[in-house]
Design a protein around this ligand. Sequence first.
Ligand SMILES: [Zn+2]
Length: 560
Amino acid sequence: MKSTFKNVSHIVVTAVLFVAALQLAAQTPNLDRPRVYDVKNYVIRVSFDREKRLVYGDTTVELTPINSELSSLELDAVDLNFTSVRLDGASKDLLFTSSNGRVNVKLDRPYTPGEVAAIRFKYTIRDPKKGIYFIAPSGPKDKLRHPAQIWTQNEPEDARYWFPSFDFPSDKATSEEFITAPKGDLAIGNGRLVESKLNRDGTTLYHFKMDVPHSTYLTSFVVGDFAKLTAKHNDVPLAFYAYKDREKVAGTAFSRTKEMMANYESLTGIPFPFAKYDQIMVSGFTEFEGMENVTATTLADNDILFAEYPFGKLIVEDLVSHELAHSWFGDMVTCRNWSELWLNEGFATFMEAVTREKLYGRENYLQKLSEDRDEYFIGEAMAKTHHALRNLTAKGDNSLFDATTYQKGGLVLHMLRETVGDANFWKAVNIYLTRHKYDTVTSADLQQAMEEASGQNLQWFFDQWVYAPGYPKLEVGQIYDENSHQLKVTIDQVQKEDGGVPSAYRLPLEVTFTTPSGSVNHLLNITQRSETFSIDASAKPTKLEVDKNEKVPLKSVKIK
Ligand SMILES: [Zn+2]
């Protein structure tokens, strides 16, 4: 997902005030959700009465007990009006109750681990509050003409508003969708299109199949009257769905998708991991810019239209590269619980910069990192609470999508790359992705892959950057001694130590000083809260620069 706060600004932060309470670094809570069954497959059938804003749902959940016999079970289900709950193919209803966002089903008999129970739920959803969105066609006063649409948005926990599910990222399942599109509309779902069939009443039935497991928050569909542009990357079909009078701008917005895909494949060593990649522009997607629904990314139409203007080119490319990166980081390997969301969003944000590096060079990559740093500083200054990258305060709502998880996450991955070196970094990414393919991940999994590839112990790195909140604030002092020709450089770390913020960061800090005879770089390995280094210098420096190559962009520096 990409948040709209991305576009707020590239304001330079001169003062960052921390006034809010900081989280308490107490013992680590377990933010996994206990499971007694494993969902294997969802078969979701939906049709619509657009005028009444009514959804007819019909979902089969195929699941198996994990450790012990199961004779009743609970699934997440909010505002679903059940008309029948049966074993698939049976004619008799199972006993069920529905309340407080859950449906509780009593099975016909106990099921043992390995046995599959297929439970079919039929229900209606009237005027859905979340999950499914009915968008009216544009009126005569609307600037941007758009067709009527129906689309979904689940992340983090809104799948339960349109199909009964274990709605948490840890339980991955395959899925199948049967979507009945109203007359004149087409439907886009997850995975391969098995078939589409015109019904007698003018509606069209679309059947999609996702045969690799994925989390429920990635299940989606879009229904509407769109133009379809197509392309191909190796064997992967690409499609871009745009409003019928906007094909040109959509073509511009999506034009570099193939190039980005090839770059990600070559860096990660993992071919695009799904059967297709669709990108669809939709209206009314205002809270976010884009959502990486598996094989079918949804994008806000307003953002796509930026492609019409020179200033908007990078904004659109960042958005396209961000959502595409999620195919590897988020969709293929997925955060195990919401405290690990930075593994999705930090990587997707970092890959925006990596794409810029490929398309425009190192300077543009570094420029992106400094923009991300400014956004993180703004986010930290405005945040009421502060959390580490592994977010122990994570709740399954939109508060998850903040500048720590996105921008700090991306910057920390850059620093990891600088710490282990480029070749080791991408080798580790390959290990991490290969080992956990179509599964879920934690920060510890990333650490292990990075340590294996680099041969370094990275506990210190993860402790200070991933498991602790905050960032270093440096004050740099300098005194030149004319007699001994020594420059004394003092680095003070002045960040407040409360809330688990490290008292002293370990920082490889490059300083560059310029004298009439030229510029010299020195690498200072900082480990203490206050340290002084003596450096030989033939004359008093006229200029002192700190970390000009942005090896540690996540810091503030004041030169005294
Ligand atoms: Zn994202």
